[in-house]
Design a protein around this ligand. Structure first.
Ligand code: NCD
Length: 304
């Protein structure tokens, strides 16, 4: 990898992405060959926000490489309650681990924290900002199911606050992709993300309805409305429950459509979709382990 910290998908080149995905495929084919690769290494977990998949798959990945984790635990039982700053906490935890994974509610927190440590720091979600490792496992899933070039993808739901969307949109600028963004007017992509995509020469289109675009999609990436990020509960209630799909919706889709979701879902995808061949979201979540193993392996010097 060109870089040590993984802060934003904006900084991931096609070469970086392919290095991780190729290593993940190799690991998935023969995990036993990697089971002692990082014996003795420790991964520090610092989660200031809820997490199931990201935290557990990072733990599983580190353990499946022969290493172990040191976990700050729930934020309410940490020294954060005593008023410790993020900068101080990361400097302390740096002394306990070989790499750090940080999830925090403030956008920009991972970048700031990265300035205080010399070991690799991985952004596992900074508020409505970025979630680059989710994108790596999403890209792995897309590559397995639809291929990454000549791809037509629809990204639907909360495009404003959804950090997985922002990371995905940046990463896809490395590939021959047409990106369609489907959301209510109030949850469109933030202006800065739209600007960056434009600067990267990406072909993007914005829609308020799925219907017209659905038949041309290879992948539909559905996201949850990020309730916890709305400054006003009424604003959330106005859009909650919009943009749901079910098997009836998918009748208009191509037989090969891949439906993805970073999870957790609330009501965006009806359960009747789960048993169709379109549904790849559980496979996607499982891919978190080999992809995070690959990333950790590369960051911890797996090539040396
Ligand atoms: C996502 C997140 O935390 O941004 N979850 C995840 O890591 N798989 C998506 C979400 O919470 O909606």
């Amino acid at each position: 990898m060109r870089q040590d910290h993984i802060i934003s998908a904006k900084h991931l080149s096609r070469e970086d992405i392919e290095a991780v995905l190729d290593r993940a495929s190799t690991i998935a084919d023969d995990p036993a060959a990697y089971s002692q690769r990082h014996a003795g290494s420790l991964l520090g977990l610092m989660f200031y926000e809820p997490s199931t998949r990201t935290k557990m798959s990072f733990s599983a990945a580190m353990k499946r490489l022969g290493g172990d984790i040191v976990d700050m635990g729930p934020v309410e039982y940490s020294s954060v309650q005593k008023g410790e700053s993020l900068a101080d906490t990361v400097r302390v935890v740096e002394g306990y681990a070989d790499a750090l994974v940080l999830r925090h509610p403030s956008e920009g927190s991972a970048k700031m924290a990265g300035e205080f440590v010399d070991i690799p720091l991985i952004n596992a979600g900074d508020g409505a900002g970025q979630h680059p490792t989710q994108t790596l496992l999403d890209l792995y899933t897309i590559r397995e199911n639809a291929g990454l070039d000549d791809l037509t993808i629809g990204i639907m739901g909360d495009l404003k606050y959804g950090r997985t969307v922002h990371s995905m949109a940046y990463a896809l600028t490395n590939f021959e992709t047409s990106q369609h963004f489907i959301s209510p007017e109030s949850l469109k992509l933030p202006r800065n993300v739209r600007y960056d995509l434009h600067e990267a020469g990406s072909s993007i289109k914005e829609h308020t309805e799925l219907e017209a675009i659905l038949p041309s999609l290879d992948v539909l990436y559905v996201t949850r409305i990020q309730k916890e990020r709305f400054p006003d509960e009424n604003e959330y209630r106005e859009v909650a429950g919009e943009y749901q799909i079910d098997t009836d919706t998918l009748e208009a889709a191509s037989d090969d459509l891949t439906v993805m979701h970073p999870l957790p879902r609330v009501d965006e995808i009806a359960h009747d979709v789960d048993k169709t061949d379109h549904a790849k979201y559980f496979q996607q979540a499982h891919n978190g382990v080999p992809v995070r193993m690959a990333l950790l392996d590369l960051l911890l010097g797996g090539d040396q």
